[in-house]
Write a protein that binds this ligand. Structure first.
Ligand code: SAH
Ligand code: SF4
Ligand code: F3S
Length: 474
């Protein structure tokens, strides 16, 4: 591992700019292409936007598919084993393409690269990978690319911790009207099953002035909707030289002209304050949606997971949220098959699902991650048992979601049209204020606008409606 280097922030930015310029000159007229595949969460998705921004500035354009790209990049995730297996599988597949196309280079980055056992495996058995870097030195991408193109050997640069926050990296957004903004990096919670704190490092918050400056610039570029990103946004700002709460940040972002919707991901129940609930109620731009990972409804399991709340406290928060913002949609993450889990624990989870009346949920089967405490617990659950619990959780969730969505039939939701429907091009697909997925008749000129849509039908995971009245950007 390389030693941590301490270069003043502006100098680091300048070094990147210089590397981008040199690469642009080197590849001028060569029509270089890239393809980035992103696994994992929104943090990774946003990191990939930055990688794509750097490649665009160098002059690379996006290839239609990996097989024909000059630079193939995998931004990896290691939260569950499946995500890792996918990467090894793709590397095997790409080996043959690389042999036929000498211009092809393969790069790997992201969370999986922060695991020493992964690096050992890549070094031993995947010699055709050209570039490997991690989560803490992502901003050095341009310089690392330069190194890769100047040498014929495998370039590996990994830092075991971050050396500060680098502002102002270029970025390419999928949509012109909405953008993600990191407000913090890393996580200090050490839930016993989770690898994120080991691969993303300690919790670091960006200064509010840097966040607000970025959002103001985005608003000037036409962005209307902002999603604030962090592994645990509720603990935002605690470690800043001048501490700021997440609720205070929401009030500040609400002041920015041009922004009409503010969303955020993810919240940990243990840090959820009454001040934040009040901010949700009092800031009309803050969307009535709360993603609040439950993980388990069993107090015994929650304790073993190191989550620091009980099912009673969780349900109390949901009650307070619904009291303050009656139309709020509450979504969650649920995991089953955690070591030592029993039928009775799963019953508790089903109870909380029914009581909390979730609007949607991401559900996972526990996957042991090397280096985490839970991976060493003796009472691991066989997969066939977890699968039965997983199906029961799904069935209960779908019952609850159907009931919630059925109550929305006949109601008008405000939906931002995001894209043309992938099955029917006379329809648009968008997200309501509550973050519900809605399909409705419309035309491409409406993309980016918020349209009132009356709901006609519910299909568990999405709603179908028809527009009522004209576009409404209020
Ligand atoms: N910081 C967020 C979650 C990030 S990971 C939070 O605490 O809410 C996203 C989800 O992946 C988690 O909520 C959890 O449900 C799931 N997850 C994390 N580690 C896992 C593991 N080892 N096996 C299965 N699912 C896991
Ligand atoms: Fe993982 Fe827990 Fe941190 Fe979420 S809060 S990233 S689940 S350690
Ligand atoms: Fe995966 Fe890293 Fe996100 S492990 S879930 S991509 S923080």
């Amino acid at each position: 591992m390389r030693e941590e280097i301490t270069v003043p922030r502006s100098e680091r930015g300048l070094q990147q700019e210089a590397a981008i310029k040199r690469l642009a000159e080197r590849f001028a007229g060569q029509k270089m292409t890239y393809r980035i595949t992103t696994l994992g969460c929104q943090m990774n998705a946003h990191d990939s936007e930055k990688l794509a921004g750097i490649l665009r500035d160098i002059g690379f354009t996006e290839a239609e598919k990996e097989e024909t790209a000059d630079l193939v990049l995998y931004n990896t995730c290691c939260v569950r084993e499946n995500a890792e297996l996918k990467v090894y599988g793709r590397l095997g597949y790409l080996k043959g393409y690389k042999r036929r196309n000498p211009r092809m280079r393969i790069g790997l980055c992201g969370c999986m690269m922060q695991e020493p056992n992964v690096i050992a495996k890549l070094k031993k058995s995947y010699s055709w990978v050209d570039l490997i870097f991690g989560t803490h030195n992502l901003y050095r991408f341009a310089e690392l690319l330069e190194e890769m193109y100047s040498t014929d050997s495998q370039i590996i640069e990994l830092w075991d911790k971050a050396d500060g926050i680098v502002e102002d990296l270029p970025s390419i957004r999928k949509h012109t009207f909405k953008a993600s903004v990191n407000i913090m990096y890393g996580c200090d919670n050490f839930c016993t099953y989770c690898i994120v704190p080991y691969v993303r490092g300690r919790e670091r918050s960006r200064r509010p002035e840097d966040i607000l400056r970025e959002i103001r610039t985005l608003a000037e570029e036409g962005v209307r909707e902002i999603e604030l990103l962090g592994q645990n946004v509720n603990s935002y700002g605690k470690n800043l030289a001048e501490p700021v709460t997440f609720a205070e940040l929401l009030y500040m972002v609400s002041e920015i002209d041009g922004i009409d919707r503010i969303r955020f991901m993810t919240s940990h129940p243990k840090d959820l304050s009454d001040e934040l609930i009040a901010a949700m109620r009092d800031c009309p731009k803050v969307c009535p949606h709360f993603h609040l990972p439950l993980q388990s409804g069993s107090n015994r399991i929650l304790k073993r997971m190191n989550r620091h709340y009980t099912k009673e406290q969780y349900l109390d928060i949901v009650r307070k949220l619904r009291e303050a913002v009656p139309e709020i949609a509450v979504t969650t993450d649920i995991m089953t098959g955690f070591p030592g889990e029993t039928d009775a624990d799963v019953e508790d989870t089903l109870y909380v699902i029914r009581e909390a009346r979730f609007d949607n949920a991401f559900t996972f089967i526990y996957s042991p991650r090397e280096g985490t405490p839970a991976a060493t617990y003796p009472d691991q659950i066989p997969e066939e048992v977890s699968k039965v619990w997983f199906d029961r959780i799904h069935t209960t969730l779908e019952e609850v979601m159907n009931a919630r969505n059925t109550a929305r039939i006949g109601k008008t939701l405000y939906v931002r049209a995001e894209e043309i429907n992938s099955h029917d091009d006379t329809m648009l697909t968008g997200r309501s204020n509550e973050n519900l997925l809605v399909h409705f008749k419309g035309d491409p000129s409406q993309i980016g606008s918020i349209i009132p849509v009356e709901i006609d039908e519910q299909m568990t995971y999405y709603l179908i409606g028809h527009p009522v009245g004209g576009p409404c950007n209020a």
